[in-house]
Design a protein. Structure first.
Length: 123
């Protein structure tokens, strides 16, 4: 364990989610980031149900694309959208659009169709 971190796991939407509170990830301005299915929360921030749901949607996307393809497509799409949307490129990545659009629907993952992010790529 790295000094200054707090780690715990919880069961959410039939998935065990590991959470690490720390001072390094995510970068300032963000509350949480999902890396390889582990949620990193900025110390001093609250892990709300909305954030849990958002990050669990990302975990579903990670699994569908066998992790490596998720990150490849994520970065590629971010670069393309950077030219189109500039500073707003992050919120226009299809994976983020799906997660932000459905983070308040707590039953979303129970009804989610596989590869649901695909319909948001060209929007």
């Amino acid at each position: 364990m790295v000094v200054g971190t707090t780690t715990f796991s919880f069961l959410y939407k039939h998935q065990i989610m590991k959470v690490i509170y720390n001072s390094f990830l995510p970068i300032k301005g963000f509350t949480a980031i999902n890396l390889l299915g582990i949620i990193f929360i900025r110390k001093g921030k609250h892990l709300s149900e909305k954030i849990k749901n958002h990050e669990t949607i990302h975990t579903a996307q990670l699994k569908e694309l066998f992790v490596i393809f998720f990150y490849l497509f994520y970065v590629l799409e971010w670069i393309i959208k950077l030219f189109i949307y500039g500073k707003k490129s992050y919120r226009n990545i299809s994976f983020e659009r799906e997660a932000y659009s459905n983070e308040n629907q707590m039953d979303y993952l129970q009804n989610r169709k596989p590869y649901a992010f695909l319909k948001r790529i060209l929007r």
